[in-house]
Design a protein around this ligand. Structure first.
Ligand code: BGC
Length: 407
């Protein structure tokens, strides 16, 4: 089961809070979220009650280091209590160190475009690993770093809100380095810990299946988004081409060997069309080509593309973990079938030799969905935000049935 700090904890001022206040989102303020800061243990109990045996969460950098260089021991101790609770119940804690948000000082003082970002993140990683101790055996250090980089440095949709390929190139190199140094720190503190990342993987299809340019675009997008960015973590070299004019190249020998496993976040498929009327080189969007109906936020449901993606990524020779998979479905019309079909895709991938060793559903509870606020409902449990009461959706039973069969 997976959650992330900002989306569930509440009252955690950070760069994203400023973004909301500046009117840069569609969905309003995060505010109290779903109150998990006070309820984490109950949330773990809920996850366990429906059959989960692992709990993925993230540590809030802005809580732990609200002022640069001053670590908040009480915040670290609170996460330690959460870890201890998981361990006591036999639920494996899986910890992410950066799930999109940063302390407010970060972009001002040590932004990702500056090399100083790297020791800043590594120091934070070390402090967290020391505080959480050996109870944590699995880290997905960065959540969707490519999404964070594209959104923050090319699209300008999330903090720091830049649209500048040069800044993107600098930030990319520093984010890679930050991962490598954090991995070293974690291993130094906790030699038994497995280090990975959670990489967002998308299926891409040509909008017009026979159109050669649409097909070419789908191939380029797949290479760039699903493979090339990730491969740098294995080889220590990157050469990323983003049509029409952006090429990002670099190397960092410390990156090679910095992963023990690859976490895969999979949600949907994009259809690409050349040339773009709205976006230049290409337009992209979701279509209901499989006939299952779109999710509440308009995403296509495509379990059939999940299996080949897992098989392809397993070619890197590392174990895989499905670190997120889920959908926005307030009425719970599609979730049970979605779960069954995606877990079946994992099993088929494993039957073909992939080594997927776990599945985390996104998400345990309804939560704050970034630019879209509280609109999309991703939870197996609905949350009444007045009382913060959690109530299972019917699909929670489908999760339990799968857990009984496969755990
Ligand atoms: C992110 C989550 C997000 C989910 C649904 C993932 O890419 O890691 O934070 O809530 O997608 O949009």
């Amino acid at each position: 089961m997976a959650v992330s700090h900002y989306q569930v904890e509440g009252d955690d001022p950070c760069d994203f809070t400023e973004w909301e206040a500046a009117g840069r989102t569609n969905g309003g303020a995060c505010g109290a979220a779903v109150g998990s800061w006070e309820r984490y243990e109950e949330d773990v109990d809920l996850a366990l009650s429906i059959g989960a045996n692992a709990f993925r969460f993230s540590v809030s950098w802005s809580r732990v280091e609200r002022e640069r260089g001053r670590f908040d021991d009480a915040a670290l101790a609170r996460y330690r209590r959460l870890v201890d609770h998981c361990v006591r119940l036999g639920v494996t804690p899986v910890v992410t160190l950066l799930h999109y948000t940063h302390p407010v000082w970060f972009h001002r003082e040590t932004p990702w475009t500056d090399r100083a970002s790297v020791p800043a993140f590594a120091r934070f990683a070390r402090r967290v690993a020391e505080a959480l101790g050996d109870g944590v055996r699995v880290y997905t250090v960065l959540n969707e770093p490519l999404v964070m980089l594209l959104g923050g440095f090319l699209d300008g949709q999330i903090p720091p809100g830049l649209a500048d390929p040069r800044a993107l190139g600098l930030a990319l190199g520093n984010v890679y380095a930050a991962h490598a140094e954090a991995a070293n720190e974690i291993r130094d503190v906790s030699s038994a810990a497995a280090v990975g990342l959670a990489h967002n993987v998308m299926a891409f299809a040509p909008e017009r299946p026979r159109n050669p340019l649409d097909r070419l675009l789908a191939r380029i997008a797949h290479g760039f988004y699903n493979r090339d960015f990730l491969e740098a973590f294995l080889t220590g070299r990157w050469d990323l081409y983003l049509p029409p004019f952006t090429r990002l190249r670099g190397r960092n020998p410390d990156l090679a060997g910095s992963l023990d496993f690859i976490g895969v976040n999979y949600y949907s498929r994009l259809h690409l069309r050349f040339p773009g009327r709205l976006r230049g080189v290409a337009d992209f969007g979701y279509r209901d080509r499989t006939g299952r109906g779109l999710t509440d936020n308009g995403w296509e449901i495509v379990p059939e593309d999940f299996e080949p993606l897992l098989v392809e990524l397993s070619g890197y020779g590392l174990p895989l973990l499905v670190s997120e998979n889920g959908l926005a479905d307030a009425a719970d019309r599609h979730r049970a079938r979605f779960l069954e079909e995606h877990v079946a895709a994992v099993l088929r991938a494993n039957a073909q030799g992939a080594n997927v060793s776990g599945y985390f559903h996104w998400s345990l509870v309804d939560n704050f969905e970034w630019l879209d606020g509280y609109g999309p409902k991703f939870g197996l449990f609905a949350v009444d935000r007045q009382t913060m009461k959690r109530s299972p959706r019917p699909s929670a039973e489908a999760f339990t049935a799968l857990a009984r069969r496969f755990i």
